[in-house]
Write a protein that binds this ligand. Structure first.
Ligand code: ADP
Ligand code: MG
Length: 680
């Protein structure tokens, strides 16, 4: 068992001894009654009046108060979608956009994709009739490419603004500009109770509309001592809560899909072993790539007598509200991108979350009754080790994508763009430099024809460059597949705990000389030959859902090829061409083997091949990688063997022959010679 100590209490606005019957009763009442019961409802008229009177309004309200689901509906009811005008509501996360749109469609009694729809990358569930569009912030950003003044929108609601994602931050600057010459456009910035004063200042002192909170107090507990293995500690604590605490569902915050799946497996496993000794525990995961039918399950009411535990990523922090949560378990970590503009290395790291985050998480326990939050760290760690707030993404990510987009929108002077928080100067500079190296910008920093094409493709600049390069190497069929498989990211191979050996054997069977990109290509090709069969996936330990998604992505990319003037062609088994096309996009991400392991070519950073890679044991001299992930070490994920001469072929402006000389090859003979001399 894990010992927790009660330390503090998160203040609530409600009497701590509530009539908890409300959840059950609410479920029975009609959906309209639920709508009327939300905290935002009493403010409907006042809110609509404020929107009518101000062009920009900042809306602040506790998570679950009805901002996302209700306000767009109020606007719809008020006639903001007359004359074919649309309302956009942005979400930082794809799961939230899908789930919220589905909920609103149900509340309005319409089919999802008709009046209410969602639009996320590679998936558009909208139609001509759609007037309420839930979309990721990235998708609204792309809308600017086809409609720079957002003329078909009457209202733009930038929701979850406090998350401060890169795309949301860029939207702020663009929307502020559009609002100046479209006085009839309404702009709403909605946020949890954080940061609203800053948003107001940014939008020329726009008024802040506060929706009063409705939250019960939450008791906060800390562990007595730090926990070494937080995953194990999580599993133990969930069972402990289940066995010792009164009814109420549990919400656990973990950092990503792999971790969540592992935790769910461990929980189910232990419940099975305990059998009828404990009450039923429903274990439900939620993360970005979870298919929508599985997502919907977390919202279903818990059957009487059972308890539900939802194991979630940050998505449940503020974007989604799950009814019935009384207990929150918070290990205190999140997965965060970080970026070093000096080396150009981006990495995804599990890091301690901020205090602001920890408090949002705790708040999830107090929605329906007084709750408890168990933190898997000490009170001391909370005080001394957590940052106050999370650094906005714009300050810890590479900006290639966004700079390319802004350039396409005709915004040239990026140093003076209206940023809420400016990115580091070096990061902007490096983005410009990389886009220049990729041929997207000319030496004056202007968009080239190739850059314009790259911006057309909804993927990272390096990936778009790779797709464009497939024209030259006549292998677009294969490159499309590689691009699609890279986009579904690390969820191709299935590795159940009880069949690890079988799963690993199955994976090794897909290995091809050359590296991981070709392995992915091989998996997809064989799957296609099987007739896209789910049975085939099952037999080969491949995740069918990921493959189906890869197929969707591939189709969409294929549909865009004509626009970027790339013809369909196949390499007919000549994989060198495929590898060269990949190198043409990823020549930035190269490493070479030195005496002391792998070093990146330009920056001389020490990096390692990920143990899951097909090249792990071969250790080729030159390679490129798709991404770096920092866990225990800087791991390169998805690596491909290349030849150094290819770098001169695909990026002569970036590499000099001298840099690519092999120190190994030159020094080795000398040394051997010396040794021989010494031996004598
Ligand atoms: P906010 O945006 O202010 O955090 P929301 O509009 O997302 O609030 O949620 C309001 C309420 O709608 C929630 O408290 C929840 O009861 C309900 N709700 C939202 N999404 C769903 C869903 N997918 N299924 C069931 N209920 C939902
Ligand atoms: Mg919301």
């Amino acid at each position: 068992t894990i010992e927790f100590v009660r330390a503090t209490q998160l203040q609530g606005d409600e009497d701590p001894s509530p009539p908890p019957a409300s959840t059950q009763a609410q479920q029975k009442e009609s959906i309209q009654a639920v709508r009327r019961s939300l905290p935002v409802f009493p403010f409907r008229e006042e809110l609509l009046a404020a929107i009518a009177n101000h062009q920009v309004l900042i809306i602040e309200g506790e998570t679950g108060s009805g901002k996302t689901t209700q306000i767009p509906q109020y606007l719809f009811e008020e006639g903001y979608t007359k004359k074919g005008m649309k309302i956009a509501c942005t979400q930082p996360r794809r799961v939230a956009a899908m789930s919220v749109a589905a909920r609103v469609a149900r509340e309005m009694g319409v089919k999802l994709g008709n009046e209410v729809g969602y639009s996320i990358r590679f998936e558009d569930c909208t139609s001509e009739r759609t007037v309420l569009r839930y979309m990721t912030d990235g998708m609204l950003l792309r809308e600017f490419l086809s409609e720079p003044d957002l003329a078909s929108y009457s209202v733009v609601m930038v929701d979850e603004a406090h998350e401060r994602t890169l795309h949301t931050d860029i939207l702020f600057g663009l929307i502020k500009d559009v609002a100046r010459f479209r006085p009839e456009l309404k702009v709403l910035v909605a946020s949890a109770t954080l940061d609203t004063a800053r948003f107001s200042t940014f939008f020329d002192d726009a008024p802040v509309f506060r929706i009063p909170g409705r939250r019960f107090p939450v008791d906060i507990f800390y562990t007595k001592a730090p926990e070494a293995d937080y995953l194990e500690a999580c599993v133990v604590s969930v069972l402990q809560i289940h066995v010792t605490q009164p009814p109420g569902d549990i919400l656990v915050f973990l950092t990503g899909q792999e971790e969540i799946e592992a935790a769910c497996e461990m929980l189910q496993d232990r419940c099975r072993r305990l059998g009828s000794k404990i009450r039923e525990l429903l274990v439900l995961p939620i993360y970005a790539n979870l298919p929508s039918d599985m997502q919907a399950r977390i919202f279903q009411p818990t059957p009487p007598g059972a308890r539900k535990v939802v194991v979630a990523t940050n998505i449940a922090e503020t974007s989604l509200t799950i009814e019935g949560i009384i207990y929150v378990l918070d290990p205190g970590f999140c997965k965060q991108k970080s970026y070093n503009p000096r080396t150009g290395m981006e990495s995804l790291t599990v890091t301690p979350c901020s205090k602001a985050s920890a408090n949002q998480r705790a708040g999830r326990a107090g929605r329906v009754a007084a709750g408890k939050c168990f933190r898997l760290y000490t009170a001391w760690a909370y005080q001394h080790e957590l940052e106050e707030t999370t650094v906005p993404e714009i300050q810890r990510t590479s900006l290639g994508n966004v700079v390319l987009l802004l350039k396409s929108l005709g915004i040239h002077d990026l140093m003076h763009f209206d940023f809420l928080d400016a990115p580091p100067y070096e990061t902007l500079l490096l983005a410009l430099e990389q886009l220049y190296a990729l041929g997207a910008l000319n030496h004056l920093g202007e968009l080239t024809t190739s850059g314009r094409k790259m911006a057309e493709l909804p993927v990272d600049p390096m990936l778009s460059k790779m797709i464009l390069a497939s024209e030259k190497y006549s292998c677009s069929e294969e490159i499309l597949t590689v691009a699609a498989m890279l986009s579904v990211n690390n969820s191709i191979f299935y590795r159940p705990k009880d069949k690890v050996v079988h799963a690993d054997n199955a994976r090794v069977n897909f290995f091809l000389p050359g590296g991981d990109h070709l392995v992915l290509l091989n998996v997809y090709t064989q799957w296609a030959e099987s007739g896209y069969s789910s049975q085939w996936c099952y037999e080969n330990f491949i995740q069918f859902r990921s493959m189906r998604r890869a197929r969707d992505v591939r189709e969409q990319l294929e549909g865009l090829l004509e626009r970027v003037e790339v013809g369909l062609s196949s390499c007919q088994g000549d994989y060198i061409r495929v590898r060269k096309a990949i190198t043409a996009g990823y020549f930035y991400h190269t490493a070479r083997l030195t005496r002391s392991g792998y070093r990146t070519v330009k920056q001389q950073q020490t990096v390692f091949i990920h143990p899951n890679s097909s090249l792990f044991e071969q250790q080729p001299r030159w390679l490129l990688y798709h991404e770096l992930v920092l866990t225990t070490k800087e791991f390169m994920r998805q690596v491909l063997e290349i030849e150094s001469s290819w770098l001169l072929e695909v990026a002569p402006h970036y590499y000099k022959a001298k840099e690519l000389e092999d120190p190994h090859a030159k020094k080795m003979p000398k040394k051997i010679g010396k040794t021989r001399e010494e031996l004598g």
